[in-house]
Design a protein around this ligand. Structure first.
Ligand code: PHE
Ligand code: NA
Length: 510
């Protein structure tokens, strides 16, 4: 029990903070890249289905878990789940919901610090007049920590520390006057910048300013359903993974934010407002910038090739160059808007990652908010250093895989079982609909009890035992050889030395 009596300032503030939590770098960088890597139109159907049968149920589960735990003064998952299940085991599973956040924050905040730095460089005109190779070289030098503008040595580290200081400072201001206030400023600006860039993305015309395709080429690539790969489990796994990451479910942040909702207030409608806002920003804005613009100038084949090495390059080494095709002024403005919107998207999410740890220390160890916030900043700095120092060796991607992908699925699987089967569907349903301002469709009672946990189990087992080349038909009819992308193979191969060697080889091939 804690003396922590904080709560959200207003309903609008809560929705914006939750939407800010969900809307993040994932919407603008991860979603388009996942879509391209999984064949564009082949991705979009599984993606939308996963939203309806896993995303929405998990949002309701997590919001109601949070409000339920908040009634007994708990604001972090170890103790929230402890109030729901009798076994001690749950408490330890709940630790995931703090740990994952800190681990994800460790690479996420580094990426967030790039966006800060790139806003700065767009303002001072670093990319103006550079050709594609020049912008690309700047990025290479940046990640190898070679950039030092204005005499700041190790500039990327400087921005990383600055970014963490900013996060720490906002978190130490508290919920309503820190996190909520930032969301109220950041979210509208993000949507404004996003709308401008999406407008530019929608109006790319072949032959103008060096574009080779109309916007429609990229948009059709993304939106024309392609049923060929509809039954490919690897596409489904990617779609499920994106839904988790983008909605911030399976992390512990949604429960934490919801634990500050007053016990009589609505959660069913609030959860939908924030969740659908995330989807709007993801598929409408996120889908209208990176893909149509890069395909407009480079074509589908080239873009597909570029994202095979990960999606960050497209955003940081290609976009700043392409913007300048629109002229010097618009080029700089678009750069500020693009990296500015990424920054707002990033910070409203990284604040969400800090909140569970702070709530945990406050509730259970009576820490004050300020030292708790500082301990988060320092923790992330230390844990994030490997991604900064060894970025080129693939450490960043390792973090994203283990903390940002696998843990989310594992935690979501456990919590959906806890909610529907241990806590019980009757009580669970009552929690969801109590105080509700909408009528929750009855079908979701069935979905939450059966469909969501089974699908999660499938996703988990599927990634545990992915067969070679993702070819399940062959695997079931013959001998089952594990793909290198399966979790089991990854654990077996997880000698860091071999991985670094492999990553170095890959870097040299590039
Ligand atoms: N949902 C965020 C995004 O799309 C990421 C995030 C994950 C935020 C976990 C908070 C917690 O970028
Ligand atoms: Na998101």
């Amino acid at each position: 029990m804690s003396a922590n009596k904080e709560s959200w300032g207003s309903r609008m503030g809560l929705i914006l903070a939750m939407a800010g939590n969900a809307v993040g770098l994932g919407n603008f960088l991860r979603f388009p890249v996942q879509a391209v890597q999984n064949g564009g139109g082949a991705f979009i159907i599984p993606y939308l289905v996963c939203f309806l049968v896993m995303g929405i149920p998990l949002l309701w589960i997590e919001w109601s878990m949070g409000r339920f735990g908040g009634k007994s003064g708990h604001h972090s998952t170890p103790f929230i789940v402890d109030t729901m299940g009798k076994s001690r085991l749950w408490k330890y599973i709940g630790v995931f919901g703090i740990w994952t956040n800190i681990a994800v924050a460790s690479y996420y905040c580094y990426l967030e610090s790039w966006t800060m730095s790139y806003v700065f460089h767009s303002v001072i005109g670093t990319f103006s007049g550079l050709d594609q190779e020049g912008v690309s070289n700047f990025f290479n030098e940046y990640v190898s920590l070679g950039i030092s503008t204005l005499g700041i040595p190790y500039e990327p580290i400087f921005f990383f520390v600055l970014c963490l200081l900013l996060n720490t400072w906002i978190l130490s201001q508290g919920l309503a006057s820190g996190v909520e206030r930032v969301a109220k400023i950041g979210m509208p600006l993000l949507i404004l910048f996003g709308a401008f860039l999406a407008y530019k993305g929608f109006t790319i015309t072949a032959g103008e300013n060096g574009a080779i395709n109309d916007s429609s080429v990229g948009l059709n690539f993304l939106w024309t359903p392609n049923f060929d790969q509809l039954w490919s489990p690897s596409v489904w796994l990617a779609a499920a993974g994106q839904i988790f990451f983008t909605l911030s479910v399976g992390m512990g942040t949604v429960q934490c934010y919801a634990s500050y909702v007053r016990s009589k207030d609505d959660i069913a409608l609030n959860a939908m407002s924030a969740g659908w806002m995330n989807e709007f920003v993801e598929v409408v804005l996120g889908g209208a910038i990176l893909i149509p613009i890069s395909i407009g100038y480079l074509g589908i084949d080239r873009v597909t090739e570029l994202v095979q090495h990960g999606g960050l390059g497209l955003a940081f080494r290609t976009m700043p160059y392409l913007f300048y095709q629109w002229g010097d002024v618009l080029g700089a403005v678009a750069g500020v808007m693009w990296f500015g919107l990424l920054f707002f998207a990033g910070i409203t999410s990284s604040l969400a990652m800090g909140t569970p740890w702070i709530g945990f220390l406050q509730d259970e160890f009576n820490w004050k908010r300020k030292p708790a916030a500082w301990s988060f900043g320092i923790f992330v700095l230390v844990l994030g250093m490997p991604t900064v120092l060894f970025f080129e060796y693939g450490v960043f991607d390792e973090y994203d895989y283990w903390a940002g992908t696998v843990s989310l699925v594992v935690f979501a699987l456990f919590e959906s079982i806890l909610f529907a089967w241990i806590f019980g569907m009757n009580k669970g349903w009552r929690e969801i609909i109590s105080g509700s301002d909408i009528k929750v469709p009855g079908i979701y009672r069935f979905i939450i009890k059966f469909v969501t946990p089974l699908l999660l189990l499938w996703v988990f087992l599927g990634s545990l035992f992915t067969p070679k080349g993702g070819d399940w038909a062959a695997a079931f009819s013959g001998s089952w050889e594990l793909d290198d992308s399966s979790i089991i193979k990854k654990i077996m191969n997880s000698g860091l030395k071999e991985q670094l060697a492999a990553a170095t080889d890959a870097a040299q091939i590039e």
